[in-house]
Design a protein around this ligand. Structure first.
Ligand SMILES: [Zn+2]
Length: 241
């Protein structure tokens, strides 16, 4: 099938890489984020550290689905300590915490709106059942532990057992299977050009295409599809066969 894409799409979607080398693209940040304290209907299965936390309703629902599953296994002391941060808030944090502990405005995944910091009322996430459960199971719900202990050389960020990023299925499943962080997964897709995976009985084919200008992609598969940029040089087309 053929798919028309614009250059802009390199900087839109759930797979955008945001790190010290790749800022949040202009217009690519979450604009649907709401204050969760004022939208208590979205607080399903988790609490809030304070009254300033923002998240898009869509991401809050995805997170709720995941923590509901955890509650079914007796793990249910989740609190969210940070979600979407606008650049003003990020700038404040950067000034307070310093460069060792915070990213400058525009370079934090929190400015993108697809990440959240999760805590446990039982203690540190590195020890709490909530942290252990998420580390093992988050991939089933499209989330990934973004800064694991064994990948600090790749991410450039110290171990953050609380920071989870939404990338969506089937990507989180492949990342878990290969023990990839987002940097590694996007590099893998670019090198392979193509990947196939079956998750929950559904088969997907994933293709990487470089995109330098508005163009038409010739995708050698047919089905419903999602498209996301990588925020650097191309797009990933995920076809459900
Ligand atoms: Zn975080």
């Amino acid at each position: 099938m053929n798919i028309d894409v614009t250059r802009d799409q390199v900087h839109r979607g759930d797979l955008l890489l945001v790190n010290k080398d790749n800022p949040v693209p202009e217009g690519g940040a979450e604009t649907e984020a709401v204050n969760l304290y004022r939208h208590k209907e979205l607080l399903d299965g988790f609490g809030l550290l304070d009254s300033s936390i923002m998240l898009s309703p869509d991401l809050a629902e995805k997170f709720s689905t995941m923590v509901d599953a955890a509650a079914g296994e007796g793990v249910k002391h989740f609190i969210v300590s940070s979600g979407y941060r606008d650049e003003t808030k990020q700038d404040e944090l950067y000034r307070q915490m310093g460069a060792d502990y915070a990213m400058p405005a525009g370079y934090s995944e929190h400015n993108l709106g697809l990440s959240l910091d999760v805590g446990s009322t039982l203690g540190e996430m590195s020890d709490a059942p909530e942290g252990k459960w998420l580390t093992e199971n988050a991939w089933k719900y499209g989330f990934t532990l973004r800064y694991p202990a064994n990948k600090t050389a790749v991410t450039g960020i110290l171990f953050e057992p609380w920071h989870f990023r939404y990338v969506g299925l089937p990507h989180s499943a492949i990342m878990a299977d290969h023990d990839f962080v987002l940097e590694e997964y996007l590099a893998y897709l670019k090198a392979q050009q193509k990947a196939s995976v079956t998750v929950d009985g559904k088969t997907y084919e994933i293709f990487y295409f470089p995109v330098a200008e508005d163009t038409t992609l010739h995708v050698p598969a047919k089905g419903s599809y999602d498209i996301s940029g990588n925020n650097t040089d191309g797009v990933i087309v995920t076809v459900r066969l």
